[in-house]
Structure formats: structure tokens, C-alpha cells
Design a protein around this ligand. Structure first.
Ligand code: UDP
Ligand code: MG
Length: 308
């Protein structure tokens, strides 16, 4: 495939109304910067609305717009990965379809890459975030992630970022089915520049990130970059077992062997809860290994438009 100057990757899940708007805004910016060699890659992540039709129509009219569609909903991170895997830009910018990532920042990002930065990433300014639950859980996640992974990832990091082809080459090698791009890219430690931005309001539709999807993303981040949870669990298990043994010994010595049956029941419940909880956490690690072991495909492409 012919190399282009800039690729813009946009994952789309049920975004039929936003697609024409985002394409228009992004095209205006690259044209204003006199960049004629560009591609906008729209990745349809198994939408159930008319997203794919919209993508096809735009691709018919404009060869700079390229389309990919998945057989089913593989999720935002894999849609981004597929877009990056199929990109040919000297620089690649990823952004959301709903216009929450202000397209105007693209100009500043590109200028920064000309100054020699390989990554220009953005960080959400959450001060105006109305959803208190989202605000607190997001803060908590970044703290836990930083502690467990020892990767310096800024609070509020978004998937709105520019990367140069050096970084793209590394991402293309990744095979993780539960990829967490924010953590991965921060971990590469290429020369990076940070831009703060205020997220705009979603133009059409509602958030496509359900609580379940958000939780899964957070867990992929944590379990993909740290084995500490397993070690912490092992330590807690050890402490719990020791406390139980000492407790029984204490009762046997000072209470004359009269260990109450309910007490045994209680401690057994605590210990078995703990064992099952540990197995549950372990299954997250195992799931990853399982996928990689059988060399399963991370995503399956149904159709391509203007892409070989
Ligand atoms: N998205 C996706 N697959 C999904 C969920 C979301 O491709 O399973 C896309 C979505 O279309 C949007 C971006 O990922 O372009 C971010 O999603 P959204 O705006 O719903 O997330 P929020 O801003 O609420 O965190
Ligand atoms: Mg959004």
C-alpha cells in the first residue's frame, strides 16, 4: 500500500449520524494544513444500525476515506487496533466518532510530531464531568493501574492520540486479544508530548461504553500489565490461613478443645470464598494465555472498502 502522510483511525459502533460530521470536520482540518496525502479509516465494530452503509457510501465518493467492518462487536480497543494495523500513514491519529475529541487539536498534534515527538497523547480535563460515579471510578482506576503496573499513565488519558510509524510498527506486532492501548503505548516510553483537552458533548446518540465494557477495559488494563494481583492474593491467602490456624490453636489451648462448630463453618466459608475469588482472578490471566496459546484471531474483518 502506498504510504500517506496522515492516517486518521475512527472506531464506530452504531454511529450512523456522527460519521458524516466527523469525516467532514477532520477533512477540513487536514486540507487547511495543506495535507493532500491522507486517509481516514472508519472501522465499523459490528454496528446494528446503518453505520456500515454510511461508511460504504462515503467511501464510494471519496477514495481518501477507507472502511473496515467486523463480523461482530469486538470492542473499541480492537477496532482501534484493526484501524492501526491497516493504516499506512507516516503518522496515525486515533479519535472517537462522536466528536467528543475536539478535531481542532489535530493541527497542534501534527505540529508537535514535526518537532520530533513520536507520541502526542491527550488527557481529559474532568473538572466539568457531571457524572460523579464516572469521575470517582476513573480516578480509582488510574491509581490502581499505576500502583500495580508501575507504568506512568496520566489520569484521564484518552485514546485520542498521534503516533508515528515507529510506534505503529510496535503496535502491529502485538497479539493481545485484550489489548489496552493506553497502557501499552505509555509503556513503550517513546518521546511523548501531552495535551490537555476539555471533552465536548457527544453530538448524536448515547455512550457506547456500557458499565460492563468499561469494567472489562479496566480489568484488561490491570491484568495485562501486572502479576501483582496474583501475588497479593497469595499473600492474603497465606495470612488468612495462618490466622485461622493460630485462632484454632489458641481456642484448643485456652478453651479446652471446645471449638464451636459454627466457628469452623464461618472460617471455612471465608476461606472458600477467598479461594473462589482467587480462581476468578486467575481465570482472567488464563483467558489471555488461552487465546494466545491457540493463536486465535483478535478480530475478524467482514468487508474492506478502498483498502487492499
Ligand atoms: N466504540 C466501538 N466499539 C464499542 C464501543 C464504542 O468502536 O464496543 C467506539 C464508539 O463508536 C466511539 C468510541 O468507541 O467512536 C468511544 O465510545 P463512546 O463515545 O461511546 O465512549 P465514551 O465517550 O462514552 O467513553
Ligand atoms: Mg464518547
Amino acid at each position: 500500500m502506498e504510504k500517506v502522510k496522515v492516517s486518521i483511525v475512527i472506531p464506530c459502533f452504531n454511529e450512523e449520524s456522527n460519521i458524516p460530521l466527523i469525516v467532514d470536520r477532520v477533512e477540513n482540518i487536514v486540507k487547511k494544513m495543506n495535507i493532500n496525502s491522507y486517509e481516514i479509516i472508519l472501522v465499523d465494530d459490528g454496528s446494528s444500525d446503518r453505520t456500515l452503509e454510511k461508511i460504504k457510501t462515503i467511501c464510494e465518493k471519496n477514495k481518501n476515506i477507507k472502511g473496515l467492518s467486523f463480523t461482530k462487536n469486538f470492542g473499541h480497543q480492537l477496532a482501534l487496533k484493526a484501524g492501526i494495523d491497516n493504516s499506512n500513514g507516516e503518522i496515525v491519529i486515533s479519535m472517537d466518532a462522536d466528536l467528543q475529541h475536539p478535531p481542532e487539536l489535530i493541527e497542534e498534534m501534527i505540529k508537535k510530531s514535526y518537532e520530533g515527538y513520536d507520541i502526542v497523547y491527550t488527557v481529559r480535563d474532568d473538572r466539568d464531568e457531571k457524572n460523579l460515579f464516572k469521575k470517582i471510578t476513573s480516578k480509582l482506576f488510574y491509581r490502581i493501574f499505576r500502583y500495580l503496573s508501575e507504568i506512568e499513565m496520566d489520569e484521564g488519558s484518552a485514546d485520542y492520540r498521534l503516533i508515528t510509524d515507529k510506534v505503529v510498527r510496535e503496535i502491529k506486532k502485538e497479539k493481545d486479544p485484550f489489548i489496552f492501548l493506553r497502557g501499552l503505548i505509555a509503556n513503550y516510553e517513546f518521546k511523548s508530548f501531552k495535551i490537555k483537552y476539555k471533552p465536548s458533548k457527544r453530538v448524536h446518540g448515547e455512550s457506547k461504553y456500557s458499565f460492563k465494557k468499561m469494567l472489562n477495559l479496566a480489568l484488561s488494563g490491570i491484568f495485562g500489565f501486572s502479576l501483582k494481583p496474583l501475588k497479593i492474593l497469595l499473600l492474603i491467602g497465606l495470612i488468612l490461613s495462618m490466622v485461622t490456624i493460630f485462632f484454632y490453636l489458641f481456642l484448643m489451648i485456652f478453651d479446652g478443645m471446645d471449638i464451636k462448630i459454627w466457628l469452623i463453618g464461618e472460617t471455612l466459608s471465608v476461606l472458600s470464598f477467598f479461594v473462589f475469588f482467587s480462581l476468578y482472578i486467575f481465570s482472567y490471566y488464563f483467558e489471555r494465555v488461552f487465546f494466545l496459546l491457540f493463536n486465535r484471531k483478535n478480530y475478524i474483518i467482514k468487508e474492506r472498502k478502498n483498502l487492499n
